[in-house]
Design a protein around this ligand. Structure first.
Ligand code: PAF
Length: 293
């Protein structure tokens, strides 16, 4: 069997040239932006986007602008050689792995910011995080000009923000959401899971269990939303989490708090979203939930 080998490009000029060549041949191009340390969640995004396009570009760039001063930018896992092997296994066409200067050259002054959607949830404890994400994703999408870009459902707020940004800025790229992938034990895949000790991982598993429990209490037992969330939050703390940064239910479409004005269209399709800290690791997760008023 012929061994496929991903084409590796580090400059925006070469990236544009290759994508232009594909477009001129009438091929559809998809992009999966990542920060590397690829796991099977990323690989599932690549397989998913392959169904919609002819050529797939994966970017690996650990974006300094989306990490706060006390966050894990320096220790964020970097494993390009292993990542390339994984990209070859799923037949990725092109890896775009730029150096920092290719994204933020000297004198770079621009910030791309989306209002409102970036105000609560993850933004509350990570000020500036989403401005870093929207700025880098704007750069990556403009450098590549893909027809479609796919972002994981685990970062549901990020996906919602990026979809709004692409729409507001008339970007020629369709922003899509790829299914959240879990490990066999139920934990949402994340590059940060490597930080967890076996003991912390056991505690971390209480996140998906608690979300499922809350969903069943609300959807099946009609427990009031606030009561179920309070119980869930207490359970996470009792299980060993150091902090529950948020445990909330928001409307899926716009991440607004639940409102009764939508009663005619009940049930509301909503999301239960959580961020909690175990040891030094911050984990996020979310699931769809139906709310009946
Ligand atoms: O989800 C991620 O890995 C990052 O936030 C992204 C979208 C690649 C931007 O750096």
């Amino acid at each position: 069997m012929a061994k496929s080998s991903v084409q590796i490009i580090r400059s925006k000029k070469e990236l544009r040239a290759q994508v232009t060549e594909w477009h001129m041949k009438g091929l559809k191009v998809g992009m999966v932006p990542t920060m590397g340390a690829l796991h099977h969640g990323h690989l599932s995004l690549i397989k998913e986007i392959q169904k919609h396009v002819d050529k797939v570009v994966v970017s690996i760039f650990v974006n300094p602008k989306q990490f706060g001063p006390n966050e894990d930018f320096d220790k964020y896992p970097r494993s390009e050689t292993t990542d390339i092997k994984k990209l070859n296994k799923v037949k990725t066409d092109l890896l775009y792995a730029p150096e920092v200067g290719e994204i933020y050259p000297d004198g770079f002054l621009t910030v791309v910011a989306v209002a409102k959607l970036t105000e609560g949830l993850c933004a509350a404890k990570r000020p500036g995080h989403f401005d870093g994400v929207t700025t880098v994703v704007t750069k990556l999408l403009l450098q590549c000009l893909p027809d479609v870009a796919l972002f994981g459902e685990k970062d549901f707020q990020q996906y919602t923000v990026l979809k709004q940004m692409a729409k507001d800025l008339d970007m020629p790229t369709e922003v899509m959401c790829g299914k959240l992938i879990r490990d066999e034990d139920g934990l949402a895949t994340s590059s940060r899971n490597v930080y967890l000790s076996p003991e912390e991982r056991k505690i971390a598993l209480e996140i998906p269990k608690t979300l499922k429990q809350i969903i069943s209490e609300i959807e099946e037992d009609n427990l009031p939303v606030e009561e179920a969330l309070e119980k869930g939050s207490k359970h996470l703390l009792d299980s060993g989490f150091k902090e529950v940064q948020y445990l909330e239910i928001r409307q899926s479409e716009d991440l607004e708090p639940l409102t009764r004005t939508f009663a005619e269209t009940s049930p509301i399709l909503a999301r239960i979203l959580v961020a909690a800290v175990v040891g030094k690791t911050r984990l996020i997760d979310n699931m769809p939930i139906k709310i009946f008023f």
